[in-house]
Design a protein around this ligand. Structure first.
Ligand code: SF4
Ligand code: SF4
Length: 270
């Protein structure tokens, strides 16, 4: 995010909207820490621009100050329209693609983090009997994640025989899906969060979770892991007992897909 230093009157309204704490007021104007800014545009979307003259705003404030009065604009207003989202070039454009939920990823046509995850398995049929889908969610508002941290995780996971979801924007910047290494020119970019999606065999689950846990300890971000598998005919959840036996507890906010959507194409034909 760019802030027009000539227009900014340092009111501070944009500061609390930044999920990365990247905006600071210095010498009565707002500045952005470019390394921390993930180009999510939240500050710009949340602060409606009044486009008032900075000179007028400063003068009125000064005059009011002389008689010990002050006027603050509404909290969701940038009085002078100083927030100025820049046109971003590659690879910095990745920050906005992953962090601004209103932007659609070119590689997948999906907004937000660019993937429908395994929630659409009814339609895609990607996770079949005997398979497990694993989503590793890195970063959150307040912490974010550098792509070099994601790269560390994907390269460690790729030592196993796994397959990456191709309709995921991380796969689009992974020149070789076998090594899991991300494109070198992207590694210094920071995003709000991103999701690694892999498909494995159910019996690989303990090893995968162990790798995630080990690498997570070396990263400076937050990680959550989701596992999905198809229920057995008696309704049992195959990955549940495997996770518990490996020493991992499952949270109670699991989602159950009842299979009411279109049956997966390959199953119709088989
Ligand atoms: S674009 Fe997002 S991360 Fe950057 S300064 Fe604005 S709110 Fe903060
Ligand atoms: S809301 Fe606008 S004028 Fe106020 S500090 Fe932020 S950029 Fe500057």
């Amino acid at each position: 995010m760019k802030i027009n230093q000539k227009k900014c009157v340092g009111c501070g309204n944009c500061v609390p909207f930044c999920p990365m704490g990247a905006i600071h007021i210095e010498n009565s104007v707002a500045t952005v820490n470019e390394e921390e800014c993930v180009e999510c545009n939240t500050c710009f979307r949340c602060c409606e621009s009044e486009n008032l003259s900075p000179f007028l705003v400063k003068t009125v404030r000064k005059l009011l100050g002389r008689i010990h009065l002050r006027h603050d604009a509404r909290m969701d207003i940038c009085p002078t329209g100083a927030l100025d989202p820049p046109d971003l070039e590659w690879p910095r454009s990745l920050r906005r693609a992953f962090s601004d939920p209103t932007v659609t990823h070119d590689s997948t046509g999906v907004a937000g983090r660019g993937t429908e995850e395994i929630k659409t398995n009814d339609i895609t049929g990607r996770i079949g009997p005997g398979d497990a889908g694993v989503v590793i969610d890195l970063g959150r508002p307040g912490t974010g994640v550098f792509l070099y941290e994601i790269d560390k995780m994907t390269r460690a996971l790729s030592k196993l025989d796994i397959s990456y979801e191709e309709k995921n924007p991380l796969s689009a910047i992974m020149p070789d899906l076998k090594t899991g290494a991300l494109q070198k020119d992207t590694l210094q970019e920071k995003v709000l969060s991103a999701i690694i999606e892999i498909k494995i065999k159910l019996d690989q689950l303990p090893e995968v979770l162990q790798i995630v846990e080990t690498v997570a300890g070396e990263l400076d971000t937050v990680i959550s892991v989701g596992v999905a598998s198809r229920c057995d005919e008696d309704g049992a959840i195959p990955h549940q007992s495997i996770c518990l036996a490996a020493g991992y507890t499952l949270s109670l906010n699991g989602k159950t897909n009842l299979g009411l959507g279109c049956p997966a194409a390959q199953e119709v034909s088989s």
